[in-house]
Write a protein that binds this ligand. Sequence first.
Ligand SMILES: Cc1cc2nc3c(=O)[nH]c(=O)nc-3n(C[C@H](O)[C@H](O)[C@H](O)COP(=O)(O)OP(=O)(O)OC[C@H]3O[C@@H](n4cnc5c(N)ncnc54)[C@H](O)[C@@H]3O)c2cc1C
Ligand code: FES
Ligand code: FES
Length: 506
Amino acid sequence: MSQATSPSVTAGCVPRPIRFVHRGRIAEISSADTTRTLLDWLREEVRCSGTKEGCAEGDCGACTVLVGERAHDDGVQWKTVNACIQFLPMLDGKAIRTVEDLKQGQALHPAQQAMVDCHGSQCGFCTPGFVMSLVHVYERERACGSTPSRQQLADDLSGNLCRCTGYRPILDAGQRMFELPAVAQDDAATAGLLEQLAADPPLAYTDARGARCVVPRTVASLAALREALPDARLLAGCTDIGLWVNKQHKALPVLIATTAVAELARIETRTDGVLSIGAGVTLEAAWGALAERHPELTEMWLRFASPPVRHAGTMGGNVANGSPIGDGAPVLMALDATLLLQRGARERRIKLDAFYLDYMKNALEPGEFVRAVEVPQPAFTALRAYKLSKRFDSDISGLSCGLTITLDAQGIVTATRLAFGGMAAVVKRAAHAETAMVGRPWSEDTATAASTALARDFAPITDLRASASYRQRAAANLLRRFWLETRRDAPLSAQQTSVFARESSA
Ligand SMILES: Cc1cc2nc3c(=O)[nH]c(=O)nc-3n(C[C@H](O)[C@H](O)[C@H](O)COP(=O)(O)OP(=O)(O)OC[C@H]3O[C@@H](n4cnc5c(N)ncnc54)[C@H](O)[C@@H]3O)c2cc1C
Ligand code: FES
Ligand code: FES
């Protein structure tokens, strides 16, 4: 008997087909590979080829679909995801809506009709993806009786690329759809089917090659499986792992998906003011909670990937993946975050700034996983997060940082945390620059001394995103910008220092 199906390590997961709602019925999958993507299944198995494949790495949005889960009000909560980086077992117990499902009778959905009216499509390859993102905006805004500003629409569509139409008519369509006769989405039948699926036991799926994916529903079963199968790969939102399979053709013989563990998807503010973000909380929800506490993080939130990637990817996955150019770690390190780790029943805590050991190596022990990211009550005077990338929206950073400073009543720096990504093999704090600041007045001289000290903290490399000298100079300039924005006398507003000052209204 294989490890994952032996009674001692199933942790309640039962061998059965993958089941999800598609086109008004429950689809059952029993022979697809564990890493078969939703996009391939849609196009090749059920011939729903309206959903397109462009990049197969979450970048272009041609494959955007809606995934639904049961909502607290017994309805269905839909969100956009990139079907090209979603493995089928992750969809167990959920519902899928694609561009084929939008028409009611002969009538196009307002998002489709508006694209026609505004000439939002030429070759049409990107159009289904744009339409699905627009449907998401339409339903979200209609639920609160509002309409989005043009800037909000641009943010909502930042994960959809169009090579030929140009974005003006597409944004026009995004506004026009609210002027058309309203349609209401009737989710009653889908909600009923989701209710049925909820009665299924947790999934233990094995494909024809013998590869396995287990999908536990509680932290206790996740912990038991993780401990029993230390060589298994944890699978959260699949926005990193999807690329290992699609682009690097990596084999993943045993997967433990965290997607169905409700406790891992919780955000709570504890009585001691700590914001606890479960490792399975989506990037969208995690950045939303962080930006609610620290509005200075809003731009970082909106520039982190795109809505479909943020709806699937998790903060736990971002931190655990530990890319040196990841955007979560610099901010969380500046906020003095701690990771709650678990192995079996044992829990331990580690400061995020002690978690990364070397390039893509972290302090997790075999059988251990990240359970939550804990962000303490803020005790600093100012916080900023900066991201430099070749494209403003939906791009990986060449360099990013999270910076905090604490000043006393005399304007002396009593503490600072300067965390940089893209400057070394791991995200790390700039110890020399911090030392150059503490105990000194927060003046131009101190900022210059700290910028100079950065050269002792980092020896960045040149790669396709940025050269070493660019990184070194840009990091020093960002520290200067930090000073300009946080100095006591005449601090510059973010609007004054940002090349991309955002419009405040429609
Ligand atoms: C188009 C695109 C744009 C992107 N843009 C950005 C960006 O702007 N900034 C950025 O930082 N990243 C970006 N990313 C990378 C990615 O979205 C993030 O790193 C994401 O947070 C990964 O989370 P996930 O849940 O998808 O992880 P997965 O892909 O599921 O897993 C990633 C790694 O984390 C491990 N893991 C997951 N959960 C746990 C856990 N609880 N405990 C221990 N290990 C765990 C997995 O085993 C794996 O090694 C982008 C990705 C794409 C595809
Ligand atoms: S095919 Fe490009 S995002 Fe999926
Ligand atoms: S219409 Fe051709 S890519 Fe958008």
